[in-house]
Design a protein around this ligand. Sequence first.
Ligand code: ATP
Length: 308
Amino acid sequence: MIKIKNLHKSYGDIQALKGIDIEIKEGEFYGLLGPNGAGKTTTINILSTILKPDDGEIFINGFNLKTDAKQCKNYIGIVPQEIALYDDLTAYDNLFFWGKLYKINNKLLSKKINELLNLMGLEERKNHKIKTFSGGMKRRINIACALLHSPKIILMDEPTVGVDPQSRNLIFEALRKLHQQGTTIIYTTHYMEEVEKLCNKISIIDYGKIIAQGSINELKKLSKISESIIIYSDSELKEKKEIISNSIKIPFDIYDNNIKFYTNNINTDLSKIINEINTIGINITNIELKKTNLETLFLELTGRKLRD
Ligand code: ATP
């Protein structure tokens, strides 16, 4: 559905994008994850034709963004980082204003506005002025504005920055519903938890380059650090090495007060290990799980934390 090929963009001598290649299939919830300044907004702004690339090509449903921008734009709804609403107008009137820019007829628009206010959990506030809304509520209306023309693709640039937890959850719920209905979503963030919760495909961007790409599971497999389950005990462990090895067929090391099992399937191995350890008669005093996540992968790939 979307093909981004060899995208380059510089601002003066700052090279913001150094050759980005991304392919997004219809119906994917695609995450662009990267720290501040990685190039996420630049990529989104080029996709939404706000910026022109220095080099590279973008195809949306077979249309070339450079030569067929109008056709491409019909597919896209853009949720920018900045909130673009009129404070003195009500939520309904703001949406009505945006809907008219899309040239939607009044009857259809009214139906769509009510549907979107409902999706965003704001139907009861529809006749209240935007200036009485919290930041999170404004953000939800901003998202609704991008959905009025029922776009097949939504571009979202860090939609939860500065948003309260309740609004964030409502935004997640709404996005899940849209995704279930078949909408393709491109979502930029520097919060790896959001990407893990929402996205089924990801590109990790750093200094204008993609450093890893794939599903969460594919990305986790790139990590050289295996996951582990550490069982702490006050029992004498070293003498139990053979019996543990015979009854639990998972690689492990024994230390003075703990046994470390190396696994890539914590969820299924945990109960198995606990049951066997209890059967052997080892007293468990504590359990520690070391999971690989996108944060640890980023650290492994770049030597830096995602939020440095
Ligand atoms: P953030 O999460 O902070 O929004 P980002 O991943 O979206 O970061 P971009 O905003 O795309 O990153 O910025 C990429 C690089 O380009 C950064 O080094 C940034 O400082 C630089 N940059 C972005 N916009 C401009 C501009 N208008 N003029 C000069 N440099 C810019």
